[in-house]
Design a protein around this ligand. Structure first.
Ligand SMILES: NC(=O)c1ccc[n+]([C@@H]2O[C@H](COP(=O)([O-])OP(=O)(O)OC[C@H]3O[C@@H](n4cnc5c(N)ncnc54)[C@H](OP(=O)(O)O)[C@@H]3O)[C@@H](O)[C@H]2O)c1
Length: 266
């Protein structure tokens, strides 16, 4: 599993994963196979990405033992206990895997406390190893934490240099929840790859802007799941362990916060 972080249930989660949002189903198996080939063992999919089946195919065809992988998927459109039980079963069938490593509620909609109860049951039955949430911010996260048996292991939220989530990181730490960054590279928005502050830091270390941004998140203890359909970028995004940003670099990057989402979903 390589470089991992221990979740609040003792499970080890790889700190660098590969996201497959917006990869069309026809390309997903090839991309995930390449990601596996270059070293990724943590894959982040979701029901609403419509590529769970292709992720499962790539994992099974890799010939690598299932226990070496950490596969995340996310529930979409559930409302209560019964439809969540069915939805988990459907994800397992599409993935064609015996268990899911991490199951997230994709967004705080529906009766999320009832959805959570079904997820807790899935943990008890062994079909899901860890459970968490995505896009639960502030009071919503507190509300769930105060009404659950199992504290979420992970909160996956929009986190990149323009939305740094300093307060949410403190909240997650208080509850023992691991913060996972979605769109760690800001999905290329806000001209991140042309940012002059990031470029000057990258030049110092002979690294790319992508590597500086991923390293900055990594040094903050945040799990990252960059997406790329290009093999050379998949390799580049893993290659962040041979340098460290200084405190001064971290402060420079902290100035890039813009105080709002680049997506306006949550
Ligand atoms: N829970 C949620 O609500 C939620 C929301 C959004 C995303 N996510 C998860 O987070 C993952 C990552 O987020 P994301 O896909 O939105 O965006 P991202 O990883 O921040 O950025 C992906 C974009 O950056 C480009 N890129 C990747 N590596 C690069 C590099 N080294 N140099 C230059 N460009 C590079 C990619 O282009 P190419 O593909 O052309 O290389 C793509 O356009 C998703 O795939 C998904 O698993 C979750």
């Amino acid at each position: 599993m390589g470089n991992t972080i221990k979740l609040n249930n003792g499970v080890e989660m790889p700190r660098i994963g590969y996201g497959v949002y917006q990869i069309p189903p026809r390309d997903t198996e090839r991309c995930v196979a390449e990601a596996i080939e270059v070293g990724y063992r943590h894959i982040d999919t979701a029901q609403c990405y419509y590529n769970e089946g292709e992720v499962g195919n790539a994992v099974r065809k890799s010939g690598i033992a299932r226990e070496q992988f950490f596969i995340t998927t996310k529930l979409w459109g559930c409302n209560g206990h019964a439809d969540t039980v069915k939805s988990i079963e459907e994800s397992l069938q599409r993935l064609n895997l015996k268990y899911i490593d991490l199951l997230l509620i994709h967004e705080p909609s529906g009766n999320y406390k009832e959805i959570w109860r079904a997820m807790e049951d899935a943990v008890a039955s062994g079909t899901v190893k860890s459970i968490g949430v995505a896009n639960f911010l502030g009071k919503t996260l507190v509300d769930l934490v105060e009404h659950c048996r199992i504290i979420p292991a992970v909160d996956q939220i929009e986190t990149h240099p323009f939305r740094q989530q300093i307060e949410m990181q403190k909240m997650c730490e208080r509850y023992g929840i691991v913060l996972e960054a979605w769109s760690p590279l800001a999905c290329g928005k806000n001209n991140i790859f042309g940012n002059t502050i990031l470029a000057s830091i990258a030049d110092k270390y002979n690294k790319t802007i992508a590597q500086v941004v991923l390293r900055w998140l990594y040094q903050r203890g945040i799990v990252i799941i960059p997406k790329s359909t290009h093999k050379e970028r998949m390799i580049e995004n893993l290659d962040i362990l041979d340098f460290s940003l200084t405190e001064a670099d971290m402060i420079e990057i902290s100035k890039l916060e813009i105080g709002k989402s680049l997506f306006n979903w949550w």
